[in-house]
Design a protein around this ligand. Sequence first.
Ligand code: HEM
Length: 230
Amino acid sequence: MAYHAVRNLARMARTQVKTRWTVLGFGRASAGANQQTPRNLMGFKDGTRNITTDEDRAAHVWAGAETGQSWMNGGTYLVARKIHMLIETWDSDAIGDQQSIFGRTKNEGAPLSGKAEHDVPDFAATGSEGKPAIEADSHIALAAHENNAGTKILRRGYNFTDGLDSVGRLDAGLMFLSFQKDPAQFVALQRKLGSSDRLNEYIRHVGSAVFAVPAGLPAAGHYYGQEFFA
Ligand code: HEM
């Protein structure tokens, strides 16, 4: 259905715009009511702690007057990163190590400081040997808003697979998509993950783009980005 919609949008806009590149992803980007959190290709639930409230969307996703770019009011910025996963290497890693890399359990998706998926991670909790239950260089400890001056982003990634690469490895990973009122939110988190995340041993960022997404149309007769071109 989504593929059909994309084709038709591209067809209708053909005289004005052209498609530069596409990546065919799959899976659900988020969990609706009564749905389980979807898993990424590393087998972990992905999207457990994401933006879900209007309050958070207003504070972190929809651009407002603070950007100094009035034509973007009510719009948002999309960051797209094609991230390869070294799945064969990941699959040979022990589950205990995989869990400490993310800071969550593989089966339930619970933070290593708790029991249930939606337990709030406690980054100060200690494990049996007095070490932090969620290690400081785990993915969630580095990315959580509690450890980033409140910074949040709306993640909407999709899995992708593209057969095998030239040496027979799975050509697969995460088409990471995030929406934020200012791309600086993503940059701050990515800088931190880029320098310390233990997940980096198993992933390679291979493509990156940022898009300005203007607000929806207020009424018939308007077009996208009208305020920008005016
Ligand atoms: C292939 C690359 C990646 C994988 C496999 C991955 C996977 C995950 C998983 C399994 C979680 C825990 C469950 C959840 O709360 O959703 C998570 C959380 C998160 N990730 Fe990633 N992620 C990747 C890349 C990124 C990137 C590039 C960013 C941003 C720069 C990012 C930001 C976050 C944030 C903000 C959280 C929530 C942390 C929290 O508040 O607990 N991730 N990710």
